[in-house]
Write a protein that binds this ligand. Structure first.
Ligand code: F2R
Ligand code: MG
Ligand code: MG
Ligand code: MG
Length: 352
């Protein structure tokens, strides 16, 4: 129902935020002990314990801009979205942005947004960024296109990424993350079959029309890393194994770094793996387990946890999000508000 979907929209926006806020203190640690994370979560859950406030990073700053642009424009506008990215960056440049994306912001500003696609296309000597910055902020696109066709969702995910990420792995990662959120959002609750869910993603990516030559990156080996479809097959194999798959093997085979190819499939795996209890993780919340597991893998913890959280929240809904997180994460109310506004627009009851 539309009412139940509102809870899913909220869960998605809260998941993206909570993963970023909870994961940020561990970004670039090689891996994080589960005992450390159990303590971390138990402290947050204890109303008597006072702990430092969890600030959001670039992941959330950019997600907020994507959501707000879709809300204000009621459609995708590359100029408005680019302006919102740039405004947010210059207002708070110390949110932990990627080392190179800041050059896109500077060029967009210097050229007064004349050609919004151009600065991204010039990154890395014209090869474009393959960072996960397009994927980490795409969740609002999945929500905004929830009632539209898969093709529309794919096209908007690609365009929203291309403002900063013109490498095929950069925008295809955004497409995969968008589809992962979309399919979780639209799955009936408590009935998701992990293998079928991954099969659905593989099938959609494989059928995708390739607008550019480089989109071969979806399935083929290139520069030492497989494409996204290859990673989804690895994910299926890991999910199907009867033995305990170690975190070391997950990192080894799916990755945990700032590239989209080595982080989006990992986030999807964290969501799916957390549907079952995980040895060593105390939380019995499937939502929280996905975030804790993602952080435990180390590397790009804020971003992988944020992407896993967005997918998990879209599936479990806000009722699956532990209430205590709201006391610790910056901008909680703002995320709820954006979820409500996106839901209103999508289901056309945004009249005064
Ligand atoms: N920047 C970070 N984390 C670094 C550590 C920050 C921390 N505060 C600390 O200093 O301790 N996190 C944020 O960045 C990631 C998203 O990055 P995004 O938006 O994709 O940016 P960018 O700059 O375009 O790409 C990131 C890096 O990837 C490498 N790279 C990308 N394309 C490349 C190419 N074609 N050739 C070579 N290298 C490429 C570069 O190293 C880029 O700097 C998220 O983790 C977010 O949380
Ligand atoms: Mg970050
Ligand atoms: Mg390649
Ligand atoms: Mg990060």
């Amino acid at each position: 129902s539309i009412e139940a979907l509102l809870g899913r929209f909220k869960g998605c926006m809260l998941g993206a935020l909570a993963g970023d806020c909870l994961g940020a203190p561990f970004e670039m640690d090689s891996s994080v002990a589960l005992s450390v994370l159990n303590n971390y979560i138990n402290k947050l859950a204890d109303p008597k314990v006072r702990v430092p406030y969890k600030a959001f990073t670039d992941d959330t700053a950019m997600t907020q801009s994507v959501a707000q642009s879709l809300i204000d424009e009621k459609s995708f506008s590359e100029v408005d979205m680019a302006k919102k990215f740039v405004r947010a960056y210059y207002k708070e440049p110390r949110r932990g942005y990627g080392a190179n994306i800041v050059n896109v912001f500077a060029a967009l500003k210097a050229t007064n947004f004349k050609d919004v696609w151009a600065p991204a296309a010039l990154q890395f000597d014209g090869s474009g960024s393959y960072g996960n910055g397009g994927a980490m902020r795409v969740a609002p696109v999945a929500l905004f296109t929830a009632a539209a066709s898969t093709e529309e969702a794919i096209n908007m995910a690609r365009d929203s990424a291309l403002i900063t990420h013109s490498h095929a792995q950069g925008y295809n990662g955004a497409i995969l993350q968008c589809l992962a959120v979309r399919n979780a959002l639209l799955s009936p609750s408590s009935s998701l079959n992990p293998q079928e869910y991954v099969e659905g993603l593989i099938s959609t990516l494989s059928k995708m029309r390739n607008p550019r030559e480089e989109d071969q990156d979806l399935c083929s080996e290139g520069e030492g890393h497989g494409g996204f479809v290859d990673s989804l097959h690895v994910l299926q194999e890991l999910l199907g194994r009867s033995d305990q798959v170690t975190r070391e093997e997950v990192v080894e085979r799916l990755g945990n770094d700032v590239s989209a190819i080595n982080s989006v499939p990992t986030a999807i795996y964290a969501f799916l793996r957390a549907l079952q209890p995980i040895q060593g993780i105390e939380s019995d919340s499937e939502f929280l387990r996905s975030i804790v597991y993602a952080i435990s893998l180390g590397g790009d913890t804020d971003t992988i946890a944020s992407m896993a959280g967005a997918i998990a929240g879209a599936y479990h809904g806000s009722q699956g999000v532990p209430e205590f997180l709201g006391r610790h994460c910056e901008a909680w109310e703002g995320a709820l508000q954006q979820a409500e506004e996106l839901h209103k627009i999508v289901y056309k009851n945004d009249k005064p």
